[in-house]
Write a protein that binds this ligand. Structure first.
Ligand code: UDP
Ligand code: MG
Length: 132
């Protein structure tokens, strides 16, 4: 079964949206096989967000260490694409109603959820956040 790495960001935790977001993932039929609330060090996010433009990388990382995140491994058929569809697009104006970002946020930085975008990245990200 395909696996992906999903992370609820500090805004989701602070706004009390953990339950609502997890409900959507479970209602869809995907299986959460690991889950942990954690406070990763800055260096973890420097790797995780190395692909971002210099313009906003530091502010995104500041946000990611501003509170706890909930890290998950989620499994299912084509789960990588499935979760990405459920998340909605990165730019908030493009995130359609019915998606997590489309329904719950109106900013591009504070956008509640991360999901891996490829099989290779899913494997790297699961190792990055679930080292033990
Ligand atoms: N981000 C941002 N401004 C941008 C693009 C991205 O603040 O113009 C933030 C946003 O929190 C996003 C994260 O950086 O989720 C990672 O960007 P990526 O392009 O990987 O988007 P994602 O895969 O999360 O949709
Ligand atoms: Mg991404």
């Amino acid at each position: 079964m395909e696996k992906t790495f999903v992370m609820l960001k500090p805004d989701a935790v602070k706004r009390g949206l953990i339950g609502k977001i997890i409900m959507r993932i479970e209602d869809k039929g995907f299986k959460i096989t690991s889950m942990q609330m954690m406070n990763p060090e800055r260096s973890i996010f420097e790797n995780h967000y190395a692909h971002l433009s210099d313009e906003f990388r530091d502010s995104v990382i500041d946000f990611m260490i501003s509170g706890s995140v909930v890290a998950m491994i989620v499994e299912g058929d084509n789960v990588i694409e499935g979760i990405r569809k459920m998340m909605g697009k990165t730019k908030w104006q493009d995130a359609m109603p019915g998606t997590i970002r489309g329904d719950f946020t109106n900013t591009t930085t504070f956008n509640l959820i991360h999901g891996s975008d490829s099989k290779d990245n899913a494997e790297i990200e699961i190792k990055r956040f679930f080292t033990k």
